[in-house]
Design a protein around this ligand. Structure first.
Ligand code: ATP
Ligand code: MG
Length: 391
């Protein structure tokens, strides 16, 4: 009997001709995300399934795999010889492991690919079910809505058994749908927005605008900490771009109309992020904005902000309210870091009475006193690239 992990993956299956590309990408990402774990780990694809074999560190491996996009379920499984006694033993062991939680009903589901096996699938399910009932207490069969579902697959050389799977993050393999720049601040929203894009297979390039001394080094550390959490979902590492933003911010404060400070600042961020992203083969920008949250998040402001960039700007949080975003942040693991009280840049420069319905031509007029191109070019030259690793 051999312990191994069976990987269930969903959406990839329906990608038609691209299926193999997606599977290979998923396996590559799995290998990368497990590369830091010691001991021999084998990952292979067979019969449209992916298996992971390892000598030890099962828990850490499972933990990592549960954060690999594209995986729907991680199932601790057993591989046994084509011998019904072995099948029974493995089945009982798997069920007993699941019994630690208060579950009372079970069901056996069998698929027999090898038609030479001495029982058919109905017989296997029935006999194995009866064996489990005889060897456990307080357990009954429920074929419609069981607490534990035991799957048995009789294949040509071996049989495979697995019980309830542990949930994966689902989505599509990271990198299978291109790359985008993520405007990442220290707040609650943008890390969640980035995670949602990652879930759709989009690799992200975090970009943070740093305004020392108005924002402290701790604020930057906070963004790097958030990136470390996101890196857990990105095979273990991410490259963060830190853009020196003080000169631009100061110039805006001195030379632009006060009511338009925020929208002009956001346009500068957008323009710089677009440049960095396209220099790195990215095709879109992601922000944590959600309509109506603050003055800069009206449709009018977003229009004016978008007008400076050619790339599409995606806002994955558009349909969520703050409580839903917080809930997601907690699940992802960014929330505790996001609520640490270090100011992010904009809080120092928020005008008392910001324009909530800016008009593009007034904003462009308001930017005329700024040497926009020069400021942007200088900032991009001084971008700091920091590679962060997941803990
Ligand atoms: P968050 O919780 O993500 O900080 P927020 O609700 O505080 O968002 P804003 O401060 O208006 O909203 O920022 C809107 C979006 O602009 C952020 O979600 C982020 O994508 C981007 N952004 C804001 N400040 C920065 C910054 N200093 N560096 C990079 N991106 C930023
Ligand atoms: Mg913010």
């Amino acid at each position: 009997m051999k312990d191994l992990i069976l990987i269930k993956y969903g959406e990839i299956g329906i990608k038609g001709g691209n299926r193999y590309l997606f599977e290979d990408k998923l396996i590559k990402n799995m290998k990368e995300s497990l590369s830091g774990i010691s001991g021999k780990i084998d990952i292979y694809k067979t019969h449209g399934r992916i298996f992971v074999e390892a000598q030890n560190n099962f828990e850490r491996i499972i933990d990592r795999l549960q954060k690999v996009f594209g995986i729907v379920g991680v199932c601790p499984a057993k591989e046994v010889a084509l011998d019904f006694e072995e099948v029974k033993k493995a089945g009982l062991e798997l069920i007993k492991k699941e019994l630690s939680s208060p579950q009372k009903t079970f069901k056996v589901e069998t698929r027999r690919i090898n038609k030479d096996f001495k029982y058919d699938s109905m017989e296997i399910s029935r006999k194995l079910g009866a064996y489990v009932l005889r060897n456990t207490e307080d357990l009954t069969v429920d074929v419609h809505d069981p607490d534990i579902r035991l799957d048995v697959e009789i294949r040509h050389k071996k049989a495979y058994l697995y019980a309830n799977d542990l949930p994966g993050v689902k989505g599509l393999p990271l990198g299978s749908c291109g790359k985008a720049g993520l405007l990442l601040s220290g707040g609650i929203d943008s890390p969640v927005a980035g995670w949602m894009a990652m879930k759709r297979g989009v690799e992200i390039l975090p970009i943070y605008f740093h305004t020392p001394p108005f924002t402290s080094g701790r604020a930057k550390e906070k963004v790097l900490d958030l990136s470390r959490v996101l890196a857990e979902y990105a095979s273990g590492s991410l490259q963060v771009r830190v853009v020196p933003f003080t000169e631009i911010q100061t110039a805006i404060n001195e030379k632009a109309p006060e009511k338009l400070l925020t929208v002009i600042m956001r346009r500068m961020m957008m323009k710089i992020a677009e440049q960095i992203t396209s220099d790195n083969e990215g095709k879109a920008l992601i922000t944590g904005e959600s309509i109506g949250q603050v003055a800069s998040q009206t449709l009018e402001s977003m229009n004016v902000t978008n007008a400076i960039a050619q790339m599409p700007v995606f806002r994955p949080l558009i349909g969520l309210d703050k409580n839903e975003i917080k809930k997601r942040a907690k699940k992802i693991g960014t929330y505790e870091t996001s609520i640490q009280p270090y100011d992010d840049c904009c809080t120092f420069f928020v005008p008392d009475n910001p324009e909530t319905k800016p008009k593009l031509r007034f904003v462009e007029y308001g930017e005329e006193n700024l040497e926009v191109d020069k400021l942007i070019e200088e900032a991009i030259e001084k971008v700091e690239i920091i590679t962060v690793e997941a803990d």
